[in-house]
Design a binder for this molecule. Structure first.
Ligand code: ADP
Length: 526
């Protein structure tokens, strides 16, 4: 259970100190104000303990008391001896020694009975407006609690010390025993110039202490601004820049202290963070590209699958009437004697043969595979090469550069020769019979990757997205049907493989085939 020290009984927060919490106090203030306070307190304590004015006063007071006691002893002794006149004789020389300016022995009525100045004897002092009296006595005639009064007289500082003459036992023989005091003794001790100077030193000291404290505050403020506040602010600005995505902001100049270390550590952290963010951004871009590519391929596959189904259906439908046309033309040719009719029937058969081959190609590529799932990759490539060579002069100027990893042998793919024949013939056409076809194969984890690269002009960008569609061709009608790559695509797809056009990098066209590994190497089929 929380005691809720900062909450009032009603549970509401008390205002008051709350506003301090939101108040931002710069570091320089946080450092300089407590230090200044501390310096002030220490200085004040020091001054109060070693106050020169106080020390001077206590010294003078002791001196005055000593003299007072001497005067009292003289007066008392001579009085008891019945020689009051001797008092005056004893006091006169005191003027020249002991630094006493004036000694007055006054009776209870304020009349000077004895003094070190004989002219003063007999003078009467009154409380009523006599400045000599009012300097110590108040209006009612009472003396201040202090027996020592410091006053200025004619531009000089003078101590006035006074004490009552006690009506002692011995005195009562002559004096009225009911009286406590028989009079007063007053001593004036002037301060010399040095002492006067010392008195004003207090004020000067206080002033210089104040100036010193102000200077200390300003100095500490300036130092903490330069050494602490400024570098921290710069670090703060750098942090804000990093927050905004700039990972190489201007850091404060490195210093050889803790702040410098913090600065360097922060700089290293920012660099690592920047590198990490950059790596992650690249990774995101790569994955986005991959995602886009796989989406594109998925769409392409769906489109090709739909086209394949439609084409196979159409081909199947065409197949039957074609068979009928072929049989009928043979029948007509058999029963007719007319050379013209026979020639036309032969023409019909030639055209129907062409359509029939086309239909065969279409239906064949869409047909499910026979189940034999082992082809030797190297043999398929060699056979396809021989087939292309049989094309005669068309492929004579083409070099084959074949390099298959020795481990790459068995792949699961029927009609692989047909795939390579189509790819090689396309390359021969693109290079116009002059160039090089490079075939490379390497093992992947669960498949074999084959790359077929030619030295032709490459595929035009606008054609790239239509390459695997049936009947897409850029060749003349007599040279191309647009079914070659479509058949390759279907053959590989049936076996769980893929064929794609690699991004062009200023070279010729490069096709990348991914062939699944054969499950049962014993099931050999080419
Ligand atoms: P065809 O060869 O009958 O035109 P294909 O499906 O084999 O049909 O090829 C389709 C099109 O792809 C070709 O017309 C050609 O424009 C392009 N093509 C295929 N292979 C290459 C290649 N190696 N270099 C440049 N273009 C090619």
């Amino acid at each position: 259970m929380s005691l809720g020290g900062r909450r009032s009984v009603s549970g509401l927060r008390r205002p008051g100190w709350e506003f301090w919490r939101g108040l931002e106090i710069p570091l320089a203030y946080r450092i300089s104000v407590p230090v200044a306070t501390l310096v002030t307190v220490v200085f004040a304590i020091h001054l109060s303990v070693n106050d020169p004015q106080r020390l001077l006063l206590s010294q003078k007071r002791a001196q005055a008391r000593r003299l007072g006691r001497i005067v009292q002893a003289i007066v008392t002794r001579e009085m008891i001896a019945g020689q009051p006149k001797n008092v005056q004789e004893h006091l006169s020389p005191l003027r020249r020694s002991g630094g006493i300016e004036r000694i007055l022995v006054l009776d209870r009525e304020g009349v000077v009975r004895y003094g070190n100045e004989s002219s003063e004897v007999g003078r009467s002092y009154s409380m009523e407006g006599d400045p000599e009296c009012t300097a110590c006595h108040d209006r009612r005639g009472l003396l201040p609690a202090e027996d020592l009064v410091l006053r200025q007289q004619g531009g000089r500082w003078v101590f006035s010390y006074f004490f009552s003459l006690e009506n002692a036992e011995a005195c009562r023989r002559c004096h009225d025993p009911r009286q406590d005091s028989l009079g007063e003794v007053l001593l004036d001790i002037p301060l010399d110039d040095a002492d006067g100077e010392l008195l004003s030193v207090g004020r000067r000291l206080a002033t210089s202490a104040f100036v010193l404290v102000v200077l200390a505050v300003v100095g500490i403020y300036a130092i903490s601004r330069v050494l602490v506040q400024r570098p921290i602010r710069a670090l703060l600005e750098a942090t804000q820049r990093i927050e905004g995505g700039d990972f190489s902001p201007d850091f404060p100049r490195p210093r050889r202290d803790e702040l410098g270390r913090l600065n360097r550590a922060f700089q290293r952290m920012a660099q690592r963070l920047g590198a990490l963010v950059e790596r992650q951004e690249k990774e995101i871009q790569r994955r986005t590209r991959e995602l886009e590519e796989s989406q594109r391929m998925l769409l392409q596959q769906e489109k090709l699958a739909a086209l394949g189904r439609m084409t196979a259906g159409v081909a199947h439908e065409i197949g039957n009437p074609i068979g009928a046309i072929l049989s009928l033309s043979e029948v007509i040719e058999g029963i007719s004697d007319e050379a013209e009719v026979i020639a036309e029937c032969q023409e019909i058969r030639a055209q129907v043969d062409r359509v029939s081959r086309l239909v065969h190609d279409l239906t064949d590529s869409a047909r499910p595979h026979s189940g034999q799932n082992h082809c030797r990759l190297d043999e398929s490539v060699q056979t396809a090469r021989r087939v292309v060579r049989l094309e005669g002069p068309r492929s004579r100027g083409v070099d084959f550069d074949v390099d298959l990893e020795p481990a790459v042998v068995g792949v699961a793919c029927e009609h692989l020769v047909q795939v390579f024949v189509n790819l090689f013939l396309n390359a021969v056409d693109a290079m116009d019979g002059e160039g090089r076809i490079r075939i490379r194969a390497r093992s992947l984890e669960d498949a074999i990757e084959v790359r077929v690269l030619d030295s032709g002009p490459g595929v035009a960008p606008e054609a790239a997205s239509h390459l695997f569609e049936p009947f897409f061709t850029t060749k003349e009608p007599s040279r191309g049907t647009g079914l070659g790559l479509w058949i390759c695509y279907n053959v590989l797809q049936r076996w769980g493989g893929t064929i794609v056009l690699a991004p062009s990098e200023g070279r010729g066209a490069e096709f990348v085939l991914r062939l699944p590994l054969a499950k049962n190497p014993g099931d050999h089929h080419e």
